[in-house]
Design a protein around this ligand. Sequence first.
Ligand code: ATP
Ligand code: MG
Length: 172
Amino acid sequence: MDQGKVQVYTGNGKGKTTAAVGLAVRAAGAGLRVYFGQFMKNNETGELAAFRALGDRIEAEQYGTGGEIAAPDPQADALSARAGLERAREALLSGRYDIVVLDEANVADALGYLDTGSLLELIRERPAGVELVLTGRGAGGDIRAAADLVTEMREVKHYFRDGVPARRGIEF
Ligand code: ATP
Ligand code: MG
């Protein structure tokens, strides 16, 4: 791409990871190469299986140590998140991808797993032709300021509040 941008999908409503997955699939369909890293997750999500089905246009990796979102050992999770950021940095600078998605990076940042400075550095280091997408609730002010696009998913209603758990294929 001539000009990549930095996108942030944040807010409390549903749709942040879904939007990033949709973007990745659209991009792959258009012949772009995508790296899709997931912080905080270590589970067989529908998106992972879908990406595999698309062949080598999307490479996906998870950096979490727990199951879905919550990890039993925060310290191990933080270490893994930091190693994940390094993997993401390599992918961003490798020249092998047109799009780099870091799903739940804002959550890893908000929990203190990542140092905000290192995330900002990653944004600064982005080669001009690479699109960088950061998702997750609670995106900090510095991250928002550094982005070219910020979309805030606002919860108007969510069935989670009626006790509906995350459903495979819909939430993960
Ligand atoms: P999706 O992956 O469906 O696009 P998302 O990425 O916007 O959702 P996350 O913040 O990553 O949302 O977390 C979603 C998970 O947290 C869901 O599995 C859901 O069950 C749970 N959850 C709890 N409260 C909410 C809420 N208010 N809005 C969305 N998800 C919520
Ligand atoms: Mg999400």
